[in-house]
Design a protein around this ligand. Structure first.
Ligand SMILES: C[S@@+](CC[C@H](N)C(=O)[O-])C[C@H]1O[C@@H](n2cnc3c(N)ncnc32)[C@H](O)[C@@H]1O
Length: 202
């Protein structure tokens, strides 16, 4: 693919706009839109951000929850972004998280997952990996999200989509599927949102 045809090869106007606001990536606009549409984040909340590198969502969340809130940012990769004091960064695999750490930092009001597999070019494999990451994020949210909490997770659209929605409906009062305006046209990703986690056994 030539440099001109590759949409990821140079910063576009949205990326430059994100950087001008202090964010490392344009993905911040997706979270901002979801936040505005569903009323996700509020001062004082505890937020878990899975797949947090390079740090745009965590930085946005840290500003929204303010000094009385906390953000736990987790990624396989190191995060170089500088954060306010209310953000804790942990380099780890979300598929094998230390439950003691989550128990210490939680329970969470909001669990976010923008996790995506390193795409292989094999669409079916990438979709299956995306669904695995979605399911893992949901397990963490069900175990460490408090009653009434919210969940947002990315999923590559596939035949697993109905099952993913059904899992959310079982555990949250409200389920929404959002494809933010900032999503690149060629991307198959959507965000599933669960609001108001039910209490008791799921
Ligand atoms: C689209 S990026 C996230 C962008 C981020 N929300 C932001 O706004 O800066 C997806 C991230 O998911 C991470 N990821 C993928 N699989 C993961 C796993 N098993 N555990 C933790 N992070 C993972 C990748 O390392 C990558 O940094």
């Amino acid at each position: 693919m030539s440099r001109r045809d590759n949409p990821y090869s140079k910063p576009d106007s949205r990326t430059l706009e994100a950087r001008a606001r202090g964010f490392p990536a344009r993905s911040v606009f997706k979270l901002e839109e979801i936040d505005k549409r569903v009323g996700l984040l509020a001062p004082g909340q505890r937020v878990l951000d899975l797949g947090a590198a390079p740090g745009s969502w965590s930085l946005y969340a840290s500003r929204r929850v303010g000094p009385g809130g906390r953000v736990l940012a987790i990624d396989l990769n190191p995060i170089e972004q500088a954060f306010p004091a209310n953000v804790t960064v942990v380099q780890a695999d979300a598929l094998a998280l230390d439950t003691e750490l989550l128990a210490q930092q939680g329970p969470f009001d909001v669990v976010l997952s923008d996790m995506a597999p390193a795409t292989s070019g094999n669409k079916v494999r990438d979709q299956a990996l995306s669904y695995e990451l979605f399911e893992r994020a949901l397990q963490v949210a069900l175990a460490h999200g408090r009653e009434g909490s919210s969940f947002v997770a990315k999923l590559f659209m596939s035949g697993d989509f109905p099952a993913a929605r059904e899992s959310l409906r079982r555990s949250y009062e409200t389920e929404r599927t959002i494809r933010p305006r900032g999503t690149r046209q060629e991307s198959s990703e959507v965000f599933l949102v669960g609001l108001n986690k039910r209490g008791g056994r799921e």
